[in-house]
Ligand binder design. Structure first.
Ligand SMILES: Cc1ncc(C[n+]2csc(CCOP(=O)(O)OP(=O)(O)O)c2C)c(N)n1
Ligand code: SF4
Length: 282
């Protein structure tokens, strides 16, 4: 009998093909996620991909799995609802830096505090790609864009430091050119029980802000002696001005939302019903 990984050579859709620009970083991530599902031996019917809007939002179309191309910035709450009613599904949420850190930025803190058991992949190209190159929350200060012809006048976010402050239980950064890094991080993040955040630098070649060559110059793997349970060490590397560190910044096992809800449902089902309570007032 064939194993699942022998049966599914690819989880990619055979009918819907990517329409990204040639050279877009998102192609590398698509290949990595496909390989990760294969390595994890997931059945396609057990996977649900929920995405936001943008070039990165198109991800959900490209897999043979359940998928939902949600509204701009709302992929995370939609995915939280899905995971709550279908805890058996492997829920993956994907979106861009604009989608996840601007319009949808407020949702990350709440997914983190709920510790919903899903993996959120943010593809950072430092720009709004689909709407033709406006500044995003990660476009560097002073950089010229369509919406900032005289240079971006707002400071860019430090997403990793933000995620650490939100107490997310799994935080890692990698790049769309590092297949080995993406494979090991994606697998570990998906297997992590609770909310996991995978931040992938995925350059836009059409409205390029951080081109591949520049990214290669600044990226550096986290030192081997970085202790992934040491949040202060993780903050130190997240705030580095010299390098953009990649690898696993922080890991912590915590009770997940579905585990907590199981307890709540048990209490609710074994407690008095509303009509029993009402009877007491008669
Ligand atoms: C509520 C709402 N506001 C704005 C838009 C327009 N819009 C579509 S994609 C997009 C930007 C996407 O940028 P990002 O999330 O960084 O993804 P990318 O295209 O770069 O992958 C915007 C503003 C929209 N679709 N819905
Ligand atoms: S516009 Fe940029 S992000 Fe969008 S598909 Fe093209 S290269 Fe990729």
């Amino acid at each position: 009998m064939k194993t699942i990984s022998q049966t599914f050579n690819t989880y990619k859709s055979k009918t819907i093909k990517p329409v990204w620009c040639p050279g877009c970083g998102d192609y590398g991530v698509l290949a990595a996620l496909d390989k990760t599902f294969k390595a994890l031996e997931f059945k396609p019917e057990d996977i649900a991909i929920v995405s936001g809007i943008g070039c990165s939002g198109r991800f959900s179309h490209y897999f043979n799995s359940y998928s939902l191309h949600g509204t701009h910035g709302r992929a995370l709450p939609t995915a939280t609802g899905l995971k709550t009613v279908r805890p058996d599904l492997h829920v993956i949420t994907i979106g861009g830096d604009g989608d996840g850190l601007s319009i949808g930025g407020g949702h990350i803190a709440h997914a983190a505090r709920k510790n919903v058991d899903l993996t959120y992949i943010i593809l950072d190209n430092n720009v709004y790609g689909m709407t033709k190159g406006q500044s995003s929350p990660t476009t560097p200060l002073g950089y010229n864009t369509k919406t900032a012809p005289y240079g971006v006048y707002e400071e860019s976010l430090n997403p990793i430091a933000m995620f650490l402050a939100y107490n997310i239980g799994y935080i890692a950064r990698t790049t769309s050119t590092d297949m080995k890094g993406m494979l090991s991080i994606l697998k570990e993040a998906i297997e992590h029980k609770g909310f996991s955040l995978v931040y992938i630098m995925s350059p836009c070649v059409t409205y390029s802000v951080l081109p591949y060559a520049k990214l290669k110059e600044i990226v550096k793997p986290l030192p081997e002696d970085h202790d992934t349970s040491d949040k202060m060490s993780a903050f130190k590397y997240a705030y580095s001005d010299e390098h953009m560190y990649t690898g696993v910044f922080y890991k912590e096992e915590k009770t997940s939302l579905d585990e907590r809800l199981k307890e709540v449902f048990h209490i609710a089902h074994t407690s008095k019903t509303t009509s029993e309570i009402m009877e007491e007032f008669k």
